[in-house]
Ligand binder design. Structure first.
Ligand code: ZN
Length: 313
């Protein structure tokens, strides 16, 4: 009888551990209750580690319910170089498309946050590490152009650890200039661009649109940079990289990131930022002229002036 009870207890314990109700946190190593993590928008309740999430969940957590009107959804990549590495590019694409249900790594469109209209973009790290090929670059450029035409705030969430997509060679590198130019034109028109960096945002994405936010927001402990820490380590012969190198907190301390915001607070923070900058107002020609001539900081000041205090550099 006693032996039977022992067997039953052992069985239950195994069933409820990994793969079931509990999961291991990559941040603190603790076993955490999966449902609790999901309730906190996939954030560890013990250490605030932000788990990677799909673009679908990002949209669900950040935007008003069903508010996204996706544009350019049918845009799909081609294989201009007929590239074959260890695995041919077309095969890698097909696998990523099947795995994610996406045609490429970016989703863009018009949406709302707490009722406020925005132009929105997100890259999905599950799709070839969110790398920027011709489709991602084109979609980011088009949503920036749309935001310019419609005078909307632009919010782009980057989950692009893969940087530029080298399977597309020079064409992927051109996306850096193209997205930067589109965002440059948007900024000249007086738009507000909030760039959100999630774990990880690296390479060509970081070296172009992701770094161009008027306000750059990072999720806690995200890896942010151009090349990864291992590459840098190999260049500082014998030296050691500083603790926390390339993490959000390090980047905030060194002035590259403006704010670190938890996933659970992003909606409120972005709403307040947009409200403060008031870019979304319907401008009459007279109001536009008044904003141009305004000298005191406040409602009409550009976010760039608000955030980039010279002392921080
Ligand atoms: Zn944790």
């Amino acid at each position: 009888m006693a032996w039977d009870n022992f067997k039953r207890i052992t069985f239950r314990k195994k069933k409820d551990t990994p793969g079931g109700l509990w999961m291991k946190c990559d941040g603190c190593g603790a076993m955490v209750y999966k449902k609790r993590v999901e309730e906190k928008l996939h954030v560890c309740p013990e250490c605030n580690f932000h788990f990677a999430i799909s673009s679908k969940n990002r949209i669900k957590f950040l935007l008003d319910t069903d508010s996204l009107e996706e544009t350019h959804a049918d845009m799909a990549p081609c294989d201009p170089l007929k590239f074959t590495g260890n695995t041919p590019y077309v095969e890698r694409l097909a696998k990523a498309q099947k795995h994610t249900g996406l045609k490429d790594a970016a989703i863009v469109g018009r949406a709302r946050i707490k009722g406020r209209e925005i132009a929105f973009g997100v890259t999905d790290s599950r799709f070839l590490m969110g790398s920027m090929g011709s489709v991602v670059g084109e979609k980011i450029s088009r949503i920036a152009e749309y935001a310019t035409e419609e005078r909307l705030p632009l919010i782009i969430v980057s989950g692009s650890g893969g940087g530029a997509r080298m399977d597309e060679g020079m064409i992927s590198l051109m996306q850096m200039a193209k997205t930067s130019a589109a965002i440059g034109r948007y900024k000249k028109s007086g738009g507000l661009f909030i760039s959100i960096l999630t774990n990880p945002t690296m390479g060509g994405a970081m070296a172009s649109f992701a770094a161009l936010g008027d306000i750059i927001v990072a999720e806690p402990k995200a890896l942010i940079g151009f090349a990864g820490p291992r590459v840098y380590q190999s260049t500082v012969r014998g030296g050691k990289l500083p603790p926390g190198f390339q993490r959000s907190e390090y980047m905030l301390e060194h002035g590259f990131v403006d704010m670190i915001v938890s996933r659970t607070e992003m909606r409120d923070v972005f709403y307040n930022l947009m409200d403060y900058c008031d870019i979304n107002r319907k401008k009459t020609p007279a109001a536009a002229e008044a904003a141009k001539n305004a000298t005191r900081p406040g409602k009409h000041c550009h976010a760039h002036e608000m955030q980039r205090v010279p002392a921080r550099f």
